[in-house]
Design a protein around this ligand. Structure first.
Ligand code: SF4
Length: 227
């Protein structure tokens, strides 16, 4: 499979935020979200076998631990990445899969926690969510909306309620988008939607969701990759 990078850091998003985690970042994406902070994954990378990826994961986190498979869009390489998931599960790793929601997820092993985006209008990739994926979700999975405006928020609330997401999955995450050219200060001034504003909307509307911040962008310079 084509791999952009493998590194160890602290998980920045989801209910696993704050935990040490090895990231396996696959190359390539078929979407072009306006605020994408992973454009460097669109090309390049290097070819690695399942065994080579497993060995690198095991060097960084011997004997188990948390691993996130991300991208780019990892499910574009489903034929290679599903065997990798099976291999890592067999070696005792706990797996997260971060995916755009555009690819079908029925073939993902059930032990893998899926963190699935539903793209909002301001991403420029609205209507890409594969609705069949609602049936592939289970109570350990998480759904994430990245928001840059009130219109995005209203879309996310309507989708959450229409599909009763809070009862289908472990967490529904509402996360402010970050400016993709953010650099320097490690604070919320780089958010395209003020987290305080988002918090006030969630409280006022009593929406059953979790406000998420990209923790790594408050720990390291937001421009730094591989952290
Ligand atoms: S799906 Fe993810 S990697 Fe692809 S363009 Fe959108 S944010 Fe970037």
């Amino acid at each position: 499979m084509q791999i952009t990078e493998i590194y160890k850091s602290v998980q920045g998003e989801s209910t696993y935020a704050g935990l040490p985690c090895v990231f396996v970042r696959l190359t390539g994406c078929n979407l072009r979200c306006t605020w994408c902070d992973s454009e460097y994954t669109f090309q390049g990378g290097r070819k690695m076998t399942v065994a080579e990826v497993r060995d690198e994961v095991s060097r960084l986190s011997p004997g188990g631990g948390l691993v996130e498979i991300t991208g780019g869009e990892p499910m574009l390489q489903e034929r290679e990445v599903v065997p990798l998931m099976q291999e890592l599960l067999g070696h005792g790793y706990q797996l997260l899969l971060e995916t755009s929601g555009e690819r079908l997820l029925a073939g993902v092993p059930p032990e893998v926690v899926k963190i699935v985006d539903v793209k909002c209008p301001d991403s420029g990739e609205a209507d890409t969510f594969a609705m069949d994926n609602l049936r592939a979700l289970n109570r350990r999975d998480e759904i994430k909306f990245v928001l840059s405006s009130r219109a995005d928020y209203e879309f996310a609330v309507a989708f959450t309620r229409a599909h009763d997401l809070a009862r289908r999955v472990n967490a529904v995450l509402f996360s402010p988008a970050f400016r993709k050219d953010a650099t320097g200060t490690r604070d919320s001034s780089h958010c395209l939607l003020d987290p305080q504003q988002l918090a006030q909307w969630i409280i006022a509307d009593n929406v059953p969701v979790r406000l998420g911040l990209q923790l790594h962008k408050f720990i390291w310079d937001p421009a730094v990759k591989g952290v």
